[in-house]
Design a protein around this ligand. Structure first.
Ligand code: UDP
Length: 263
């Protein structure tokens, strides 16, 4: 780890220079933060679970034609990704009212929205990632009109695919946040790639039967059991071995002989 050049450290992940030009290593930490890092904790095993869950989702999206930054998982906490220039927008897609949209529009949590709603937030921690509009995005040059159209179309497709994937394992996808990056591919073409991560840190996931929260709201709302909830998501996705006797805490199935390298 220390041999690598750290290029960025965020709240839940660290980025290092990759071994080949144009690549980075994304390292998943156990740190949990909420309310723009006003609330913090270290939750053992969260990084391992998010690395595996995000890998699974990125690979699945890649198979159905969504361009992503994901190249391969390197070990339990790290994945190799394509270097991108992150577009400074958090793209939020909502299917059911939860979180910040409830007080903002006087909605009852859990109410299905008339249709999926996409929101853009300006990615700036110092400003608390404010909700923004197309007008601001274009005026301030955060993205072009073509990029906005592309991000919107990709987000709607990702939502459809993820809703189906989670429905198949008894989970409702309430909402999620994604980020995109600009990348120049092998042919010199400029493309937009799905970047960052998709995990229970960045989605709201409710059990379809019980509405139990299986996401970071367990930490935000002091419900406890975050690692168990993420483990449950990973188990249902088929990433973890099912252990009928004990809670399957971090019995992560690995095909990679180096997978314990950093543990
Ligand atoms: N989200 C995220 N990072 C953020 C803000 C939101 O991953 O910085 C996710 C959050 O987990 C939820 C969705 O985006 O799945 C919508 O979040 P919301 O705007 O309701 O904000 P919150 O209630 O988390 O403050």
């Amino acid at each position: 780890m220390s041999r690598r050049e750290k290029i960025y450290e965020g709240k839940a992940k660290i980025l290092y220079k990759g071994s080949k030009p144009g690549t980075l290593v994304q390292y998943f930490k156990d740190d949990a933060t909420a309310f723009n890092a006003k609330k913090k904790a270290v939750l053992n095993g969260k990084g391992v679970l998010n690395n595996r869950i995000s890998e699974h989702i990125m690979l699945m999206l890649g198979k159905v034609g969504i361009p992503t930054h994901f190249i391969e998982r390197l070990n339990m906490r790290e994945q190799l990704i394509k270097e991108v220039e992150i577009i400074p927008l958090e793209v939020i897609c909502r299917n059911v009212a939860a979180g910040s949209i409830c007080p903002m529009y006087g909605l009852e949590e859990g109410k299905r929205l008339p249709r999926s709603i996409i929101e853009f937030c300006y990615k700036k921690d110092a400003l608390n990632d404010p909700l923004t509009t197309e007008e601001h995005i274009l005026a301030f040059g955060w993205a072009t009109s073509a990029e906005l159209d592309e991000m919107t179309a990709l987000t709607l497709r990702i939502n459809d695919i993820l809703c189906g994937m989670f429905a198949g394992i008894g989970i409702d996808l309430i909402d999620f946040k994604i980020e995109f990056g600009r990348h120049t591919d092998e042919n010199g073409d400029h493309v937009i790639l799905l970047a960052d991560e998709i995990s229970p840190d960045s989605c709201r996931l409710w059990d379809s039967q019980t509405a139990e929260k299986l996401d970071k709201d367990r930490f935000r709302r002091d419900l406890g059991g975050l690692v168990d909830a993420y483990t449950e998501v990973a188990t249902r996705l088929g990433i973890l071995k099912q252990n009928p006797k004990a809670p399957p805490k971090l019995s992560v199935v690995s095909n990679d002989p180096n997978s314990n390298k950093d543990e």
